[in-house]
Design a protein around this ligand. Structure first.
Ligand SMILES: *Cc1c(COP(=O)(O)O)cnc(C)c1O
Length: 378
């Protein structure tokens, strides 16, 4: 059986967790958390990175930092995971969904401006499959309309746009270290902060509204409750797990890219015949092989292919029922403009197994099953 996902594991995780335990500092902001934060800062070139309990929580933190208020409108794609919208709906804001581009499945930057109203406060681009949105265009719209940008870079660690790390363009960037992502700590994430002026407030919100971070750094002699806040810092045991993977980030990334390229090469003949579509990587984007997907003709064909793959021991999945058509999306948000691609493309997309450790002959086998499926149908 070939699973759809296997959480990355390098072998050092348990050793580092034991190290965290021996250090008798297993709560948040211990040595492993600090190492991960520094690593993220160095790797992305951002001023500050803070590990969080999830990407969802990093986005919530960002929404708090931007002081999102009830009835504020936030522009985002509908083709995304629920967390993109949740963080803002929790503050009473209204997600305004805009159509995606069919080539990258990312927010269509040419449709953002028409969706802006007096109530619009920000834009949340989602870098689908670790492939960047058109950040030049999006940042330009944000500047001209005085909007903030919070990047949902849950899938985008190690990816760049014009040489700059995803998550570092907007005011805030949010990474995920969920077990389905390229690097994991079980549940976890990180908030990237572009401007240093937000760091202190972010630390306070993340630490239950206290200035404990300052206390740890020896900048004050006791800590106290200074603002509202919540608890967004992960245990150092989780950070220890992540550290084992960040240490090997390049190797993991290269292996994923090799798998991705193997799929692309194996399936290229089907693409040339017009039988299916493969992912597009725009020239300004370097991606991280977070995902390999194909697009088939329609939902019926996809259902049949999923069944065929399953019969042959291969787990392939689709995702994202467009948020605007989900019960909560209907209740809390609205779609601006026409849904040309969101629903249609989401129904054609199928994700193939992709994980660190997936063997080349497994990729070949998956491609063979797909080829045979289409041969029988022609
Ligand atoms: C995984 C994911 C999230 C949520 O990440 P968590 O760490 O599980 O909260 C949010 N947005 C996108 C696009 C994701 O893929």
């Amino acid at each position: 059986m070939i699973n759809f996902n296997v959480p990355p594991f390098t072998g050092k995780e348990t050793e580092y967790i034991q190290e965290a335990v021996r250090a008798e500092k297993i709560c948040g902001d211990g040595q492993f958390t600090q190492r991960c934060n520094r690593w993220l800062e160095k790797k992305t070139g951002t001023s500050k990175a803070l590990l969080t309990t999830s990407c969802t929580h990093a986005t919530e933190l960002a929404a708090l930092l931007m002081n999102v208020q009830p009835e504020d409108e936030v522009i985002m794609p509908s083709y995304t995971f629920v967390s993109t919208a949740d963080a803002f709906v929790l503050r009473g804001a209204v997600p305004v969904f805009v159509d995606i581009r069919p080539d990258t499945m990312n927010l269509d930057e040419t449709k953002i401006e028409a969706a802006i109203t007096e109530k619009t406060v920000g834009i949340v681009p989602v870098h689908y499959a670790g492939v960047s949105c058109e950040m030049d265009a999006i940042m330009d719209i944000a500047r001209r309309h005085h909007l903030w940008v919070i990047e949902d870079a849950a899938q985008g660690i190690m990816s760049t746009y014009k040489g700059k790390a995803l998550g570092t363009f907007g005011e805030f960037g949010c990474f995920s270290f969920h077990e389905t992502k390229n690097y994991t700590m079980g549940e976890g994430g990180a908030l990237l902060i572009r401007d240093e002026s937000y760091v202190e407030e972010a630390e306070i919100l993340r630490e239950k509204g206290t200035n404990r971070s300052k206390f740890y750094r020896g900048q004050i002699d006791k800590y106290t409750w200074v603002n509202y806040g919540s608890s967004y810092l992960p245990s150092d045991m989780n950070a220890a797990y992540l550290w084992a993977q960040l240490e090997m980030a390049e190797e993991i990334n290269e292996e994923r890219l090799a798998i991705w390229k193997r799929y692309a090469a194996c399936l290229a003949p089907l693409k040339e015949k017009g039988i299916l579509e493969l992912p597009t990587i725009p020239k300004d984007c370097v991606h991280n092989a977070h995902m390999f997907y194909i697009k088939v003709r329609d939902i019926e064909e996809r259902t049949q292919l999923i069944a065929e793959l399953k019969e042959k021991g291969i787990m392939a999945v689709f995702h994202y029922i467009p948020l605007h058509s989900a019960p909560a999306g209907l209740k809390y948000g609205r779609f601006h403009g026409e849904d040309v691609y969101t629903t249609r493309e989401s129904e054609r997309l199928l994700r193939l197994p992709m994980y660190y450790g997936l063997a080349p002959d497994q990729v070949d086998y998956i491609c063979k099953v797909i080829k045979e499926f289409f041969e029988r149908r022609s």
